[in-house]
Design a protein around this ligand. Structure first.
Ligand code: S3P
Length: 165
């Protein structure tokens, strides 16, 4: 069966929902940030600090090119992975893209530990989140189905996606 690919902003719940959805479907769960940390031996924050965002995006692209040949996966993507259209094209070949949409308020309340999210580490959190949400709106719109997650528990989100599939 096709992979289920969760896309959306940091703090929208991709990893939590993805892990539970994979369990429900009997699929393997893959978290792209975690995989990249395993492959490089560095945390996401260390990759950004030592090598920069371009290198991290390169690691994401490399991982996507491997995952597109696998099936029965639930993939929780890093929030910026869909910024590269070629990643989206590869994931769509063998996957269903599902969006998780959270408001700036919800995101800010969840991404408290800014050290693990280098793009939010500097400046005003709320302003950064709102700016990035605006910039990325089109990128997240590639999802064929999206869930507004603000008022929902992870289990409810899993249910909605499960019934959509
Ligand atoms: C990023 C999101 C992060 C991580 C990296 C960059 C982004 O993943 O990949 O910090 O550009 O939105 P999460 O969405 O899992 O926090």
């Amino acid at each position: 069966m096709k992979n289920i690919v969760l896309i959306g902003f940091m703090g929208s719940g991709k990893s939590t929902v993805g892990c539970r959805l994979a369990h429900r479907l009997g699929y393997k769960f893959v978290d792209t940030d975690y995989e990249i940390e395993q492959v490089t031996g560095l945390t996401v924050a260390q990759i950004f600090a030592k090598h920069g965002v371009k290198r991290f995006r390169g690691e994401e692209a490399l991982l996507v090119s491997k995952l597109m040949h696998q099936q029965d996966l639930v993939i929780a993507t890093g929030g910026g992975l869909v910024l590269r259209p070629e990643n989206v094209a590869m994931l769509q070949q063998n996957g269903v893209l599902i969006g998780l949409k959270a408001s700036a308020q919800t995101i800010c309340s969840r991404v408290r530990n800014k050290r693990t999210r280098p793009l939010l580490a500097r400046g005003n959190l709320r302003e950064n989140v709102e700016r990035l949400l605006r910039e990325r709106q089109a990128a997240y719109d590639v999802a064929e189905f999206s869930v507004d997650v603000d008022q929902l528990t992870p289990e409810e989100i899993v249910d909605i996606i499960y019934h959509y599939l």
